[in-house]
Ligand binder design. Structure first.
Ligand code: G3I
Length: 338
């Protein structure tokens, strides 16, 4: 029997997306993306350090390959990302002598970057994560304030980033994107920031709830609250980077303290993962009127960032397809609900 296609199963709910890269496009994984996804996001190729080289020249080739793949397969492209403290070269914030830019100079440079990228991808990318991860993970702090954007420009960089994006292309949807937004403290800070931005007339159309969950996250309780809260601002909600780690919570943790031991993928682990995915998609289906896209951060466990980034070399199993690109128990929990 044929494996059900995620995008087909969910066609009356929301488009299903996958984050992709060159390896995925050039290997067998691409067939999986073609069969299951109706939108793609570049997992790295549209970020600052991939679109601008060390000499300050624009290098759109990798991102263009993502767009070409999407167009050849009739898929939408989500843009990721324009203003993020990570994967932005230090020289971005500096003058030619290596001194920090003034606030006006930094904002001007940001404007140039946002305009360059949006002009290049005009008509090819339907929405963008304009600002990524600006809110602090710590309860005693509001913004992430230990980053260059904030140190130089304060919170203003967030609002102006959206304004610059709108100047360059008023036809696309502009998103604020962050992780751990089901966490009530972080959710409320994000809500407050978005409300204030909207009150000031900032062009912002949606919230990307990344959705890097772990098996223990209380999604059944917290996910619907977060979706409703953000939707109450009149914003679209998208799940932009969905995966479920089988290891303990890792956001805002000192990575060196995380357990390094590799968990084997036992039937119990497969079952727990399937249960979490079942809960997540039950909620997403219930909230379908508020949700305009659900994107997985990758397609199969063979190339997940979680196996090489959070704790290097610690194999994780966060997606619906395994190392051999075969559907897991979680996949059937997500597709078999009718
Ligand atoms: O491509 C180079 C390779 O040439 C080099 O040899 C190797 C050595 O470190 O690095 C490779 O680049 C790595 C890249 O992933 C591609 O694998 C970078 O070091 C590594 O930092 C980068 O990690 C990415 C991470 O963002 C960086 O912040 C992950 O792939 C990417 O999945 C992840 O995505 C983020 C979202 O953008 C925002 N939300 C969280 C999410 C997960 O962290």
């Amino acid at each position: 029997e044929k494996t059900p296609s995620l995008k087909e199963v969910y066609k009356d709910y929301f488009p299903i997306g996958a984050a992709i890269n060159k390896q995925i496009i050039q290997n067998k994984d691409s067939a999986l993306v073609q069969y299951h996804a109706s939108s793609v996001t570049a997992d790295n190729d549209m970020k600052y350090d991939r679109t601008v080289n060390g000499k300050g020249e624009y290098t759109f080739e990798n991102g263009d390959q993502i767009v070409a793949f999407a167009q050849a397969n009739n898929m939408l492209v989500r843009g990721h990302t324009l203003a993020w403290y990570h994967q932005t070269r230090d020289s971005f914030y500096q003058d030619s002598l290596g001194n920090d830019l003034s606030k006006p100079a930094l904002l001007k440079k940001m404007q140039k970057h946002i305009h360059s990228v949006l002009n290049h991808y005009k008509g090819q990318v339907y929405c963008w994560d304009v600002v990524n991860e600006a809110i602090s993970d710590y309860d005693d702090k509001f913004y992430r304030d230990d980053i260059k954007y904030f140190e130089i420009a304060g919170a203003d960089y967030i609002e102006v980033a959206f304004r610059y994006a709108y100047e360059a292309d008023s036809t696309i949807k502009l998103f604020y994107n962050d992780y751990d937004l089901i966490n009530p403290q972080k959710r409320e800070k994000t809500y407050q920031m978005l409300k204030e931005l909207l009150d000031r007339g900032t062009p912002i159309h949606g919230v990307g709830m990344q959705g890097h969950y772990v098996i223990e996250d209380s999604v059944a309780k917290l996910l619907p609250l977060a979706i409703d809260r953000f939707a109450s601002l009149g914003l679209e909600v998208q799940i932009t980077e969905l995966d479920v780690s089988v290891y303990p919570y890792y956001h805002n943790m000192d990575r060196s303290t995380l357990p390094k031991e590799i968990k084997p993928y036992t039937p119990e682990v497969a079952e727990a993962l399937a249960k979490q995915y079942h809960d997540i998609f039950t909620i997403l289906r219930e909230k379908k009127d508020k949700i305009t896209n659900v994107t997985f951060w990758g397609i199969a466990d063979n190339r997940t960032w979680l196996s090489h980034y959070v704790v290097k070399g610690r194999t994780d199993y966060p997606l619906l397809f395994d190392q051999d690109l075969l559907p897991k128990k979680a996949f059937y929990k997500v597709t078999d609900f009718k």
